[in-house]
Design a binder for this molecule. Structure first.
Ligand SMILES: *Cc1c(COP(=O)(O)O)cnc(C)c1O
Length: 438
């Protein structure tokens, strides 16, 4: 029996929960229907209600005191139970438990957006004088946050290209350690994004983790390796298995999957999440209960949505590959570079449904193609049930200097496509007639 005074507000469900059946480990797609929620605690309601409350009642004054002793570290064991909605809530905690299941993570945190997750992570792990090493390119707002916002607080960065070899990664980590020593700080974090947007270049997570381990051998503290897994996760890439410490999501994309919400997530060990949770508690970057509830619904269909979108993308790319008006495809199912192929084989279990289409010609031809699409919608973002198309050079990456655009391969004939779960034949017919109109 737990001491009633020691548990301020009863947890949603006693832990640990059943995740195996006769020696069989239950799969994430099964656990998404019920894990982390006990109907008996909510009047038998099969689905979790949306808990619209800003605060939670303590059972006694003593229980309230225990909570604050734990949250402030006066008492061992960390915060337990629910107290105030800037810190946590039942819908968000169920969502965190289920996100952690997908990634095979001990702990997870959800946020009001992908960017608030990323910003809270970076602020929690970096101090003045520190250096961040990151792969490039990154999502533009992430690159801006590291370069411009962290720069204001005396944090500098070094980057390496997504496809870099072990030697190149070793060299950038060594330079970052020197730079940190000069600045009176440390190499605080290695931040990756793979596949990179919009090039789809993959980062060798195993090589990065091995390089970090080698560079910090015998040292007490090692910088965590964090990776933005928005494009392939959580179904097709499980970075914690390959040596990453923290997995980052814009849950707005495939996890949410219906283009009707904005949210973010992080997962990893409790030790990795604790400093981030403390800062999230202070700033209130947690997602709201309604969004968390919608994400719980989304996670129930995550696997079937992503599988269908992945099959559709393979069919559409097979059609586009040899089309006379197509100059090339940046699709993970059709990688030509042998190093990239090797990374894909080791890290990924699927090619995703977001790819680059190079239309023969330039901006005018690409725009004619985009304006002729009927089924696919013209919008930025990705990972929704509907197919979206956009023109990075003129839209998301408009402000990127010409030279950097060239280096990243963001050309005027590049169209970015995120395939949804429509009928594959209808999508092919749409691309066929739009290419005919170019
Ligand atoms: C969209 C996106 C983000 C930012 O997420 P928001 O939910 O829009 O804040 C970060 N990383 C990647 C790879 C993304 O696609």
């Amino acid at each position: 029996m737990t001491d009633p005074i020691d548990t301020p507000t009863p947890r949603r469900k006693p832990k640990p929960e059943v995740t195996t059946l006769g020696g069989r480990e239950l799969k994430p797609s099964t656990l998404m229907m019920g894990f982390g929620y006990d109907p008996a605690l909510s009047e038998g309601s099969l689905k979790p209600p949306i808990f619209l409350t800003s605060t939670f009642a303590f059972e006694s004054a003593e229980a309230g005191k225990r909570h604050f002793e734990r949250i402030t570290g006066v008492r061992e064991g960390g915060a337990e139970g629910l107290v105030y909605s800037r810190f946590n809530g039942p819908n968000q905690e169920i969502l965190e438990d289920r996100l952690g299941i997908w990634d095979g993570a001990e702990d997870a945190l959800v946020f009001s957006s992908g960017m608030s997750a990323i910003a809270t992570l970076l602020l929690a792990w970096c101090s003045a004088g520190d250096v961040v090493v990151h792969s490039g390119p990154l999502y533009a707002a992430t690159e801006g946050f590291i370069g411009k916002v962290l720069g204001k607080y005396g944090v500098t960065y070094l980057d390496f290209p997504a496809g870099a070899s072990r030697e190149e990664i070793d060299s950038v980590i060594a330079r970052a350690k020197e730079q940190a020593a000069r600045q009176g700080g440390k190499l605080a974090l290695v931040y990756l994004e793979s596949p990179a947007n919009p090039t789809n270049a993959l980062v060798d997570i195993e090589a990065v983790a091995a390089a970090r381990d080698a560079a910090f051998e015998g040292e007490e503290a090692r910088p965590p390796v964090a990776i933005d897994n928005t494009f392939l996760g959580p179904l097709w890439q499980r970075p914690l298995k390959h040596g990453a410490d923290i997995v980052v999501y814009s849950l707005t994309k495939y996890a949410g999957g219906h283009s009707d919400l904005v949210a973010g997530g992080l997962s990893g060990s409790k030790a990795m999440m604790d400093p981030i949770r403390a800062l999230r508690n202070t700033m209130g970057t947690i997602c709201d209960p309604n969004t968390a509830w919608m994400l719980l619904r989304s996670l129930e269909t995550l696997e079937i949505r992503m599988e269908k979108a992945g099959r559709n993308a393979a069919a559409v790319c097979a059609f586009l590959k040899d089309h006379p008006k197509v100059d090339g495809l940046g699709y993970l199912g059709m990688i030509e570079d042998s190093h990239q192929q090797d990374i894909f084989r080791r890290h990924c279990t699927g090619a995703g449904s977001t790819f680059s289409l190079f239309v023969k010609g330039g901006e005018a031809e690409s725009f004619r193609f985009l304006d002729s699409l009927c089924v696919a919608k013209l919008a930025v973002s990705l990972g929704g049930t509907e197919t979206l198309a956009s023109h990075p050079a003129a839209m998301t990456h408009l402000s990127v200097p010409a030279e950097r655009k060239r280096a990243l391969g963001i050309t005027d004939n590049l169209v970015r496509i995120s395939i949804g779960i429509e009928d594959a034949g209808d999508l092919i017919a749409d691309f066929d007639q739009a290419l005919a109109a170019v």
